[in-house]
Design a protein around this ligand. Structure first.
Ligand code: NAD
Ligand code: DAU
Length: 341
């Protein structure tokens, strides 16, 4: 009868970088929560990110597409009370090459998920968004929750669209959603297309690292555990209809970050290769997260230099994880577990 008292939480995109870290944190912090990990297993979804939790009776996996109403209805039909929504196409460079999957998963997917969630009487819905919806800053200033949306890439435009759809469901239907907008995450299990794991993986093999443009673009780095504890706080304590900015208060230029990685790995600075800039490359992101701090009692706790050092150590200790992505082996993990893909 223990199940009767379980709080059922659907996490979309739980096989990705942040979703898998979030599931690990929730199963640890919330002993009466049962998690259903709903994920399509796109190129970015890796079941091995949750390998250590395979036998946990409070974690179920559901392979499905948020843009497919039948899949979503099936996952929500059995007494689900909350949804934390991570599933999205997440890489800016891919959205420049082909925006199609971004429009489908990030916009249509969010709309289908919201409609099904309304029908199934979901009590709390956290929409995980990004600081990129605010566009780009000059040398000074910070994004607050009141900063106008001004997305510059197809990725950020698709996320901003999903934010507006969430907003409209709160206002039109009284749907119990909250939105988070976080800065750049780093930590274990990040797909090695993003700057930090890509550079670590290249440097390990003594390969060059491609710095876009002059390397002076600024990002505000936050450890993934701090982002996850912020989402947790919003889920449990956030006010319906509100947006909460989350950030790490650790602004660094890409070049400063690259030097820190080279030093951590004891590699020569000659491995830096300046390459053509990303089209429409946002100059600077910086987050004012005082609203979340005041209302939720949340603060980012990981000191960047320490978090980066631990992250480098994690990738070095988990070379097999990166190699299985480099070789494509990770794509057959699901097949091995479940017999089909
Ligand atoms: P990720 O690319 O590592 O993971 C995305 C996950 O979503 C994958 O497991 C993928 O299989 C799944 N997915 C994609 N499309 C799907 C669909 N149609 N149906 C079901 N599952 C699908 O992404 P991430 O870096 O972990 O980001 C997670 C969320 O957080 C995204 O919404 C992103 O916009 C947001 N975010 C990311 C960062 C960051 O720095 N990475 C910062 C702020 C916000
Ligand atoms: O701000 C939050 C966002 O952070 C999230 O919404 C996105 O999902 C996430 O991917 C991330 O976006 P960025 O574009 O900032 O992250 P990325 O790791 O791709 O790039 C970080 C910075 O490094 C950016 O200024 C581009 C630059 N860069 C990136 C890569 C992959 C390089 O110079 N070289 C590279 O090879």
């Amino acid at each position: 009868h223990k199940g009767l008292f379980m709080d059922k939480l659907v996490v979309t995109g739980g096989c990705g970088f942040i979703g898998s870290n979030f599931i690990r944190m929730i199963l640890e912090k919330e002993p009466t929560v049962e998690v259903i990990n709903f994920d399509l297993l796109t190129y970015a979804g890796n079941l091995a990110n949750l390998k250590d939790l395979e036998k946990n009776p409070r974690l179920k996996f559901f392979k499905g597409d948020i843009a497919n109403k039948l899949d979503v209805d099936n996952a929500l039909k059995d007494g689900v009370s909350s949804i934390v929504h991570f599933a999205a196409e997440s890489h800016v460079d891919r959205s420049i090459l082909d925006s199609g999957p971004f429009i489908r998963s990030n916009i249509v997917g969010t709309q289908v998920l919201l409609d099904s969630a309304r029908t199934h009487n979901i009590k709390r819905f956290v929409h995980v968004s990004t600081d990129e919806v605010y566009g780009s800053l000059g040398d000074t200033g910070f994004f607050t929750e009141e900063t106008p949306l001004a997305p510059n890439s197809p990725y950020s435009a698709s996320k901003a669209s999903s934010d507006l759809i969430v907003r409209s469901y709160v206002h039109t239907f009284g749907f119990p959603a909250m939105t988070t907008r976080c800065s750049n995450n780093y930590g274990p299990y990040q797909f090695p297309e993003k700057l930090i794991p890509l550079f670590i993986s290249n440097l390990q093999r003594n390969e060059q690292v491609p710095v876009y443009g002059d390397g002076l673009n600024v990002r505000d780095w936050i450890h993934v555990n701090d982002h996850c504890s912020g989402i947790h706080a919003v889920w449990r304590k956030g006010r319906v209809g509100e947006v909460y900015n989350l950030g790490g208060k650790s602004e660094r230029t890409n070049l400063e970050l690259t030097h820190a990685l080279l030093n951590n790995l004891q590699k020569p600075h000659s491995l830096i290769r300046y390459v053509k800039d990303r089209p429409g490359h946002d100059k600077r992101y910086a987050i004012d997260c005082s609203k979340a701090e005041k209302e939720l009692g949340w603060v980012p706790t990981v000191v960047f230099e320490e978090g980066l050092k631990q992250t480098v150590e994690w990738y070095l200790a988990n070379a097999d994880w990166i190699n299985s992505i480099r070789t494509g082996d990770y794509l057959s993990y699901y097949q091995k577990q479940y017999g089909h893909r």
